[in-house]
Write a protein that binds this ligand. Structure first.
Ligand SMILES: [Zn+2]
Length: 252
């Protein structure tokens, strides 16, 4: 179900157990060869594929194109909600639906900078509604659900998501090749090891001059289809678990 195509009485009549999904993406620089719309384009496609098998069981809000991209602001065109603004935005969206009776709130993320704010948003909402035992407040990032795409496509070089990298460039090549610039000439920008497994704070220009991180020159549309289909399958399986939750257990 598509939230924006329904009337308010139709929304009010839905079962409170209906999961409400907020797809959260970004508009931000993606190097010299990919468009600013990249994260929104890719998450939109994942959601389009995921919605087909879940059509009558899950309510999908429209994709939120404004994300937390402050770390990319040194590159032109990036639009960002500062972290605290973004946190309040996500909390507010979920709370709108909780106050109308919905109990299963889901953020599906398609941009690294949204990861921590969306986790913090659901964590804070859990504290706010601490007297409730029937709420399921969840988030995931679509490429973080365990997919190992290199097992199906051994020519994939990267083992994790970069930025405007082999993975993202492949997926945009699959969906909108007319928007892809000269990725074949893009030089490798190694992801490096910033004090892993600890966490080092960064802005994008600490790590890359052109704006990408990874191996965009290795991208192909065929790799892109493998990535999109595996990621969409993962998200469907994960949402099936949200639908199947018994409404009270910790496990799910
Ligand atoms: Zn991206």
């Amino acid at each position: 179900m598509n939230l924006v195509e329904l009337s308010w009485p139709q929304i009010a009549a839905l079962a409170p157990e209906t999961p409400v999904v907020f797809p959260i993406a970004a508009i931000e620089q993606h190097g010299h060869h990919l468009p600013l719309w990249t994260d929104s384009l890719l998450l939109g496609e994942i959601i389009r594929r995921v919605a087909l098998p879940l059509e009558d069981r899950v309510l999908f809000a429209p994709l939120m194109w404004l994300g937390n991209s402050d770390h990319h602001l040194d590159f032109s065109g990036t639009l960002s909600a500062p972290p605290r603004t973004y946190l309040d935005l996500l909390s507010g969206l979920a709370d709108n639906m909780i106050q109308r009776g919905f109990r299963r709130l889901v953020f599906i993320n398609g941009h690294g900078g949204n990861d921590i704010p969306s986790k913090q948003a659901i964590f804070e909402l859990r504290q706010k509604y601490r007297q409730r035992a029937d709420l399921l407040l969840t988030m995931t990032t679509y490429w973080s659900l365990g997919a190992q795409p290199w097992l199906q496509e051994p020519s994939l070089h990267q083992r994790e998501m970069g930025h405007a990298c082999e993975w993202e460039t492949s997926m945009v090549l699959r969906l909108a090749p007319q928007l892809v610039g000269d990725y074949r000439q893009a030089a490798t920008v190694e992801p490096g090891n910033p004090f892993r497994p600890g966490t080092r704070a960064w802005i994008t220009k600490d790590r890359t001059q052109p704006g990408h991180i990874g191996w965009p020159q290795l991208a192909t549309a065929e790799k892109g289809e493998v990535l999109l289909s595996l990621f969409a399958e993962d998200v469907v399986r994960w949402l099936e678990r949200i639908v199947a939750w018994d409404g009270k257990s910790w496990d799910g």
